[in-house]
Design a protein around this ligand. Structure first.
Ligand code: PRP
Length: 215
């Protein structure tokens, strides 16, 4: 049996848009829609297999070559690094990295070393290094908005999509850092060894994206 081409999809935030994109490309995603608790799903009538994983693990599986292709947020790529080709900006999952803090607080006032909470410690460190600013960074796993409210940090570096979470928790954006969105990534060896199968798939996605732009 020929080895399937494995595509790792990020569960949660990006899942719905990714499945919709594959359906618009003409792939039968019934198995994914009816997945239950299964984590590896076939795409009927193709040699493709979908692997559902957490964002950071999508990057790890593609980096290590156990998945050939991945769909993951630029936020995760920026935080984790990794060696793979980033071949396309898929245009969904759009949000921004931002520095945010409690309303009414001036981040730059005073001389104390600021404490920053983030799930994205490398992104936060890079941001402050570019400013030549010495900060102390504390890693938080989720709902990072809690950290300044509870008094653990002065500010947070996090992704902002609609801004609702900040607003509903009394926080405001002090500075936008950069835009992020979902990206298509490909394992370096896979692209060489399975070029005949992977390149047409990338081309199909690129054509689809070009069509979306002109709509
Ligand atoms: C992200 C992010 C914010 C929120 C922003 O968290 O960390 O908390 O979404 O979205 P909004 O601007 O539309 O309100 P996510 O829901 O991914 O969960 P997490 O806190 O567990 O990381």
């Amino acid at each position: 049996m020929i080895k399937p081409i494995r595509i790792a999809l990020t569960k949660g935030r990006l899942e719905k848009d990714t499945v919709e994109m594959f359906e618009r490309l003409g792939y039968d995603c019934t198995a994914i829609r009816e997945k239950g608790r299964r984590l590896i799903l076939p795409v009927a009538g193709t040699n493709l297999e979908i692997v559902l994983a957490k964002a950071a693990d999508v990057a790890t599986y593609v980096d290590n070559g156990v998945c050939d292709i991945g769909v993951v947020g630029k936020d995760t790529i920026m935080e984790m690094g990794g060696t793979f080709y980033e071949v396309a900006d898929l245009g969904f999952g759009k949000c921004r990295f931002a520095l945010a803090l409690p309303q009414g607080v001036d981040f730059y006032e005073g001389y104390h070393t600021r404490r920053i909470a983030s799930k994205y410690v490398n992104v936060a460190r890079g941001f402050f290094e570019r400013k030549n600013m010495d900060v102390s960074i504390v890693k938080i796993e989720g709902s990072v908005e809690l950290a300044p409210i509870l008094g653990l940090s002065d500010a947070i570096v996090d992704i902002v999509e609609t801004g609702t979470t900040l607003r509903e928790n009394g926080l405001v954006v002090a500075e936008y850092i950069c835009d992020v969105s979902a990206r298509l990534i490909v394992n370096i060896a896979s692209l060489k060894l399975r070029k005949a199968e992977i390149e047409p798939l990338i081309a199909r996605i690129e054509d689809y994206l070009a069509g979306e732009e002109t709509e």
